[in-house]
Design a protein around this ligand. Structure first.
Ligand code: KIV
Length: 283
């Protein structure tokens, strides 16, 4: 089966490259020139290839893979080995996009040495271009240590799903002034520590606008309103492959669950009736 596939497919796209790659510098220049950054998640080769060819700037190998790929309730169970596997698959499908990989829960919070070793494994074993970590001031030494090794880091503030059991809910974060001030300060600290961009998840639009204006690195929002320098969605949500997750910030560009279900039913009908395979599809 695998031999047949190899012989009937064209070469992988990571051959000779004539496309300008998106780098951490590119996304920073995009902020400076007012061009919004489009980021989406991918966890496998085929989807990464489609997203990359469509022109998405940043592909996030998110630990949301824990939910949408593995069916876990939270992002906590996914392991570093699993994230590296997903990242390897994505990198093989990408020619142009910047590939950022989430460091999973429990692989960077303990101490900076462990964090560095997790980040090095991701970069060495997957060929990705940067890592993402969740958290504010408490994560600054970790960001600095990873950066010292030459690995670009993206920050993530607001609703940080790895801390869901501390928050106790997926509600909008930083609605009150104390938490909002803390988040503003965290963004500045992350910028000083050297992150190249910051994801802002599920916070009020006005706060996201404040943060976006007060840091020089791009902010990439998810449920953080239109003033961020870019937007990110989980691809499975945007394309309607997931149906049980309906926060208001998700725009469904398609309902692929229904479409795929319909096509699969058609296939079943064809098999039952003998309409598939036809003579043309046989040897
Ligand atoms: O894991 C993920 O997909 C993310 C995005 C929601 C930003 O962190």
């Amino acid at each position: 089966m695998s031999v047949k596939r190899m012989s009937t497919r064209t070469a992988r796209p990571n051959g000779p490259q004539d496309v300008a790659r998106v780098t951490t510098r590119t996304v920073q220049d995009m902020k400076a020139s007012g061009v919004n950054i489009a980021m989406l998640t991918a966890y496998d080769y085929t989807s990464a290839r489609i997203l990359d060819a469509a022109g998405v700037d940043v592909i996030l190998v998110g630990d949301s893979a824990s939910n949408v790929m593995a069916g876990h309730e939270t992002t906590l169970p996914i392991t570093l080995d699993q994230m590296i596997y997903h990242a390897q698959c994505v990198v093989r499908g990408v020619q142009r996009s910047l590939v950022v990989v989430d460091l999973p829960f429990g692989t960077y919070q303990g101490n900076t040495k462990e964090a560095l070793s997790s980040a090095v494994r991701v970069m060495k074993e997957s060929g990705a271009h940067a890592v993402k970590v969740e958290g504010g001031r408490s994560i600054v030494p970790t960001v600095e240590r990873i950066l010292e090794a030459g690995i670009p880091v993206m920050g993530h503030l607001g609703l940080t799903p790895q801390s869901i059991y501390r928050f106790g809910s997926y509600q909008v974060r930083a609605r009150d002034e104390v938490e909002a001030d803390e988040l503003r300060e965290d963004a500045v600290r992350l910028e000083k520590a050297g992150v190249f961009a910051i994801v802002l998840e599920k916070i009020p639009s006005t706060l996201a606008a404040d943060v976006t204006n007060s840091v020089s690195v791009p902010t990439i929002g998810i449920g953080a309103g239109p003033s961020c320098d870019g937007q990110v969605l989980v691809t499975h949500d945007a394309l309607g492959l997931t149906t049980d997750f309906n926060p208001r910030f998700v725009r469904r560009y398609a309902h692929l669950d229904e479409q795929i279900g319909g096509h699969v039913q058609q296939y079943i009908n064809d098999v039952r009736s003998g309409a598939f395979p036809s003579e043309d599809e046989s040897y």
